[in-house]
Design a protein. Sequence first.
Length: 374
Amino acid sequence: MLYLFELGHQPHISIAEIESVLKAHQVTFEEKLQTDRFFVLYTEDPLDMESLMDQLGGTKLMGFYIEQRKSIEQTIFEFLLENQTGKIVFSVENAKNRNLGIAIKRKLKDANYSARYIEYKNTATLLHNKLVEKKGAFFILHGEVFVISGIQKLEGFAQRDFDKPGVDAKSGMLPPKLARIMINLARKTPPATVLDPFCGSGVLLMEALDMGYHVVGSDNSARAIEDTHKNIEWIVTAEPKIQKLSSHVFLEDVRNISHSLQPKSIDIIATEPYMGKPLTGKEGELFLKEQRQELKDLYHDAFREFHTILKDDGVIIFIIPRFYYRKEWIIIDCLREILSLGFVQVPFNKDDDTLLYHRVSQHVGREIFQFVKK
Ligand SMILES: C[S@@+](CC[C@H](N)C(=O)[O-])C[C@H]1O[C@@H](n2cnc3c(N)ncnc32)[C@H](O)[C@@H]1O
C-alpha cells in the first residue's frame, strides 16, 4: 500500500522521524516521493495510522492511496459509495478543490444519494465533522487521490505547551513537537527509560511520558526542578495512562550526574542542553567565541558522565547549538572530543548525518546529533 505524509515545517527532520519510527517497529518500506511538503512510501505491512499519528511530532496528516478510476471525480464518487451509508459527507483538502467537491456532490445527488460537501479550511474542518472516521476526507497529490486517515492532534500539543503550570520563559523552551521527534529519532520503543539532564521545565519529559516511556530528569536550577515537578504532576493527573510510568526528577549539575544515577541504567538520553545566554543578534564575535568555548567544555564534561550512566546499547540524541553571525554559522566544534570519550556518531539516514532545526528569524540553530557507545 502507498502512504502519504504531509510534513511539518522542517521536512527533512519529519522524514528522518518517520523512517526512525517505522524502523523501530520493524516495518520495511520503500521511499516513493520526497518533496518539501510530502513524503510518500510503499510498504506491504499495513500501518496503524491512528497510533502513528499519535506518536509522530513532525507529520501534519497521513493518507493512503486508493484504486484510481477514470477521473479524480469518479475515484472519490465510487470510494464514497463503497465506504459510507446514509447521508454521504465529505471534504477535499484545499479550498481550491471546491469545484471538484461541488461536482462530486452533484453526481451523488443525480444518482439519488443524499450528500453534503464540506469546504476544506484546515484540519479542524475534518476533526469537527469526524471526516477521517467516516472515510470522507480526501487529499489530491499530482492528480492522484489519497484518503486522509490521520491528523496530528494539535490540541494535545497546545495544552502541554500553554496550559502547563510550570513555565520559565527565561531559559527558553523546546517546542513539544521537536521534543517528540527527538525521542522518536532514538528508535527505541517504550517503555524504555529516557533521561533529560537539562530538563528545564520538563517539556521533553512530558512528551516522553505521554508516549509511554519511563523518565528521569535533572537540571542544576532549583526553579527548573520545581517547574518540572509541577508539570509532571499536572500531566499525570490529566492522563491516567501515565500513572503506571516512573518519573524521577532531581537537582544536579550535569557534570556530576553519575553521582545520582546507577551506571548503565539509561536507554535514551534526549536533550536540548544549555545553549548559552539568550541572543539578541547584536552580540560581538568575541562574546560568541567565549560562549562557544564555555559550551564546548560543558558538553565535553557532560558526555564523560553520559558514558557511565548509558546502557551499552543506549542512544543519545543531543542538540548542539550553532549561532548565526554576519551571515555565517559559528559552530561549536566538540565532535572530536565527544568521540574520543568512547562514542560513535550515527547518521540519521543516507542524506543526513545530523539534522538542523532552524527558523529564519532565529539567531540560534539547533543541530541534532545521534551517538551510541563504541
Ligand atoms: C535550553 S534550557 C532547556 C530547556 C528545556 N529543554 C525546556 O524545554 O524546558 C537549558 C537548561 O539547562 C540548565 N543547565 C544549565 N547549565 C547546567 C548544568 N551545568 N547542569 C545541568 N543543567 C544545566 C538550565 O537551568 C536550563 O534549565
